[in-house]
Design a binder for this molecule. Structure first.
Ligand code: NAP
Ligand code: MG
Length: 507
């Protein structure tokens, strides 16, 4: 076992008590190893300084991780149902026991406030518990058979080895969304974390090492273009479960299509919010500000554009501006902090470029838009923008930062048309008490989730995923379990007797 991570101070101290955990980051077929590939640097987004260097996995190590996962899959799927369930309960308990270690390092690597990260640790532990129990009752079905004396069994069988690729914004949660249902249904996994959050995944690797048989969960660290590509195109991986950008998702989908390998893609978003005229503008403003600036706007389901009914526009904008100006931006380890830094410089530059282009085309920044004076790291002040049009990249492309553009509408038709006017289809939120408008939203918007009066909330029991440029997968709920299985039909004639259409001397 590796040394236990100790609570890291805000900006000081080494991460471990003496041990260089980064040298032992790969979990391959039940053993920790140093990476044999070139090192990558993990940077603290709140200071811009190096946290540690991580030796990445070599091609040979990735091959061994896949081979280990293949061997383990036969045993894991062949084990008693209760054994799998018990191991998953052990994972849930171990995650809970390691809460502080996990919340510390994920805060350091993502820049998200510590208090939020505590909630996510709780959530992933609950998710493993949920799938531990569902694995005991989830199964196939018996379909009506053609004739008497037959059974048509519809089995749900695991694909085999799942290559699991996740981004940095929710390195634990999005990993658990895949690993928990994959294990519950008899698959094994090889995980490639995002380069920015490799160390967070180390703690989870320790959890899996302590609770699951060798090879059931493997972790290999490295860049998307090396380790990621190798895992996706590897003949030994049977399915790819990916969360990340639409651009990389399309690339992965192409590689998988050539191999007829299932590709489960959770991609980018440009989620709209529609605020109708019948709600309290101040309350709606609170909800929208939260949905836009949570995690510095780096949530795939962040509210990225808001359409507000003319009748409450002024009151809504005033409240949004006031709440946003008062947001406490700062050190993610400080309990008063509401908004941390963005994850990296290139992401911040992309946001500033979108804002610059929008301003040039006539948009007006009402609050923020600047880098807080004297800040280190990748901070950007939460930003509210008005006078935007749908020709601007700010209203078409994913921003993935703390920006909230607001437009006015007069008729519901106009709002629904604007909401539908991007290539994405992840989620949408609406604010109203009018059941007719709610019905219209869930019948007409081509998205995976519609939130009504309570945005950006996950329910572990209900499916999550996107449509169109936001991907093709569903995670969580029973649907998330089905995603990691193929249906296999067993057509069983209970005894062998002649059929009139068989070739032979009588026919
Ligand atoms: P990304 O650049 O697409 O990377 C995601 C993961 O894929 C990382 O582990 C990355 O490795 C890896 N990767 C990159 N290129 C690859 C390749 N050619 N082959 C295989 N793997 C490759 O995404 P990101 O910038 O980290 O994350 C932000 C994006 O994720 C946003 O678009 C956001 O909307 C989306 N997202 C979607 C959901 C959802 O559920 N729909 C949830 C969260 C985030 P490296 O880190 O080494 O580059
Ligand atoms: Mg990336």
């Amino acid at each position: 076992m590796l040394g236990t991570l100790r609570r890291v101070g805000p900006w000081t101290g080494r991460m471990t008590d003496g041990e260089n955990v980064a040298d032992r980051l790969q979990l391959i077929d039940g053993s920790f190893e140093a990476g044999a590939g070139s090192p990558l640097v993990v940077v603290d987004p709140a200071t811009g300084t190096e946290i540690d260097q991580v030796a990445t996995a070599s091609r040979e190590q990735v091959d061994r991780a896949v081979a280990g996962a293949r061997r383990a899959q036969k045993l894991w799927w062949g084990a008693a149902q209760q054994e799998r369930s018990d191991a998953m309960h052990a994972i849930a308990a171990e995650i809970r026991r390691r809460t502080d270690d996990i919340a510390d390092i994920v805060t350091r690597e993502t820049g998200r406030p510590y208090s939020r990260n505590l909630l996510y640790v709780d959530m992933i532990s609950n998710l493993f518990r949920q799938y531990a129990e569902l694995s005991r009752v989830h199964g196939g079905r018996v379909a009506p058979s053609n004739d008497p004396g037959q059974l048509s069994l519809v089995l749900r069988v695991p694909y085999g080895v799942v290559a699991t690729l996740v981004p940095w914004n929710y390195p634990l949660l999005l990993l658990a969304f895949k690993v928990a249902p994959a294990l519950a249904t008899g698959n094994t996994v090889v995980i490639k974390p995002a380069s920015e959050t490799a160390l967070t995944t180390l703690v989870l690797a320790e959890v899996f090492h302590a609770t699951t048989p060798p090879g059931v969960v493997n972790v290999v660290v490295g860049s998307g273009s090396t380790v990621g590509e190798q895992l996706v195109s590897h003949p030994g991986t049977d399915m790819v479960a990916f969360t990340g950008s639409t651009e990389v998702g399309i690339r992965i989908g192409e590689v998988c299509a050539r191999m007829t390998k299932p590709a489960h893609l959770e991609l980018g978003g440009k989620d709209p919010a529609i605020v109708f005229g019948d709600v309290d503008p101040e309350l709606a403003a609170r909800a929208v500000v939260w949905a836009s600036f949570l995690n510095a706007g780096q949530v795939c389901t962040s509210t990225e554009r808001v359409y507000v009914h003319d009748s409450i526009y002024d009151g809504f904008l005033e409240a949004v501006a006031e709440i946003t100006s008062g947001l406490r931006v700062g050190n993610p380890f400080d309990s008063a902090t509401q908004i941390g830094p963005m994850r990296n410089e290139s992401a911040r530059e992309k946001v500033l470029a979108q804002l610059g282009e929008a301003e040039k085309a006539g948009a007006k920044i009402v609050v923020g838009g600047d880098i807080p004076e004297g800040s280190t790291g990748f901070y950007l002040r939460p930003t509210v923008v008005v006078d935007v049009t749908h020709e601007m990249s700010l209203m078409q492309e994913e921003t993935f930062g703390p920006v909230l553009p607001i437009m006015r509408f007069r008729e519901p038709d106009e709002a629904f048309a604007l909401a539908a006017d991007t290539p994405y289809g992840l989620g949408a939120s609406i604010y109203t008490h009018d059941a007719g408008l709610v019905g219209r939203a869930y019948e007409q918007l081509q998205v995976g989730t519609v939130w009504v009066n309570d945005p950006v909330v996950d329910n572990l029991a209900a499916p999550f995923g996107g449509m169109r440029a936001s991907g093709n997968a569903r995670e969580l709920g029973l649907e998330g379990m089905e995603s990691f299985t193929a249906a296999r039909h067993v057509h069983w004639n209970l005894d062998l007797h002649n059929k009139p259409w068989w070739y032979g001397k009588d026919n």
